[in-house]
Design a protein around this ligand. Structure first.
Ligand SMILES: [Zn+2]
Length: 424
């Protein structure tokens, strides 16, 4: 159609359903052109809002950063049903559609998935192998066929001969960490199953546990986390390094969601760690003077850097744990880390004169060896183990807080203890 002719100018803008005469339409021309501008502005506004909504949705779903995203088109459908009282909207809600699109977009960004380890066997970060499957499990490296191996954090410490493993099973467990290198994690993996691939390389990893999370019925659920410095291929074939935090509760809630509320200082550390990893230049060749340059020395440099950053994170996590322990420590009593079985063993060995009843707490107190005090519920569930000076014990007896238990209490306690014998 030719533009700029007189005929064109007189043509009404609306076609089809417009039943008005040209004269009527002409009178409204001025009004319409201003409403046309505001229509355009309003449309721009909606576009802007839609873009912001998509971005916020992405950040909420995948966290912290959109750096790995390339350009994409948002295809959404909005069903409209005109009516006198206003146009009804039908079809799939916008948030549901946005979530679907954003998931697809994220899936195209490469092998990196927040909270998931890439599975080379299935060539996917979405299969069942890519998540721990149990809150206590951490990533232990790739199998020969590129399948992620998951083991409990306690098992990992045992396998590595870490003598601190006992501390995990104490009533007030320490938060421990375990560093693994790129070579340790990718060692078993065969070349045919991605060993030389640039899709998903764990440059360095730290596993940490156990975090005590609120569980069902006021219980505490043990959970471990895997922190990885991961190198993946981003958009336009650029290598990217990022922090991946992997772990979930039995209810399949990402542990990091719970950390938000409960471990704000750890969360701050993670933000810092992530920033440092992301700002690593792809061509960084490390602090060492490598004679040869090229991809091999660049990878070596990145591994070195990632190991440095993650070992600092590991130290930070253990420090947080110690600080928390210090805060809860009473001047007179010191929490000790002994396995539950040890407490049960001492309780079983204790004569009646070593058993006391705490009137205030309504608990059984067992005077163990080496100034250890085991506090049990009347049904022989271990509440805590402490070390207490003998004058602390005496003071409580004099005050009448700790008294000699009634015979029935002792009987109930010993019976419960006996039942525990069979199960432990
Ligand atoms: Zn798989």
């Amino acid at each position: 159609m030719k533009l700029g002719t007189r005929q064109d100018k007189k043509k009404p803008v609306n076609k089809g359903s417009d039943k008005r005469t040209p004269v009527q339409a002409g009178k409204k021309n001025a009004k319409r052109s201003s409403s046309r501008i505001s229509f355009k502005l309003r449309a721009r506004n909606v576009e802007r809002q839609l873009a912001d909504l998509a971005r916020d949705g992405y950040l909420q779903m995948f966290g912290s950063d959109t750096a790995r995203l390339g350009r994409f088109t948002l295809n959404i459908e909005l069903g409209l049903e005109p009516g006198r009282a206003g146009w009804k909207i039908f079809g799939q809600p916008l948030d549901t559609q946005l979530r679907t699109v954003l998931k697809q977009v994220e899936a195209k960004t490469g092998a990196f998935r927040h909270g998931r380890v890439y599975c080379y066997k299935c060539m996917s970060g979405d299969c069942d192998h890519s998540i721990p499957g149990d809150p206590t499990k951490v990533f232990a490296g790739y199998s020969s066929t590129g399948k992620p191996n998951w083991i409990s954090f306690g098992q990992m410490l045992l396998d590595r001969g870490d003598h601190r493993v006992d501390e995990l099973y104490a009533e007030n467990p320490s938060l421990l960490t375990c560093l693994l290198s790129k070579d340790q994690l990718h060692r078993e993996q065969l070349n045919a199953f991605g060993r030389q691939s640039l899709d998903y390389i764990v440059l360095s990893q730290v596993a940490a546990g156990y975090f005590l999370l609120p569980g069902k019925g006021g219980s505490r659920e043990k959970a471990a986390l895997t922190f990885q410095a991961v190198q993946t291929m981003g958009p336009k074939k650029t290598l990217m390094v990022d922090l991946n935090v992997i772990g979930q509760t039995n209810e399949h809630i990402p542990i990091t969601d719970l950390l938000d509320q409960r471990f704000s200082r750890l969360q701050q550390r993670l933000v810092k760690t992530r920033d440092r990893l992301r700002n690593l230049k792809p061509s960084w060749t490390g602090r060492g003077n490598y004679r040869r340059t090229g991809p091999a020395s660049e990878t070596r440099g990145r591994v070195e850097f990632a190991e440095m950053v993650l070992s600092e994170l590991a130290r930070g996590i253990e420090q947080l744990s110690r600080q928390a322990a210090r805060r809860t420590m009473h001047a007179e009593r010191r929490a000790v880390k002994r396995p539950v079985s040890k407490a049960l063993q001492e309780a079983r060995a204790a004569g009646d004169e070593k058993l006391l009843w705490d009137k205030k707490q309504e608990t059984i107190v067992v005077l163990g060896a080496k100034q250890r005090i085991h506090v049990f519920s009347p049904e022989a569930r271990l509440v805590t183990t402490l070390v207490m000076e003998s004058d602390g014990v005496e003071r409580r007896r004099k005050k009448g807080r700790w008294i000699t238990p009634e015979a029935e209490r002792i009987e109930t306690f010993r019976n419960s203890l006996g039942k525990k014998n069979k199960s432990q």
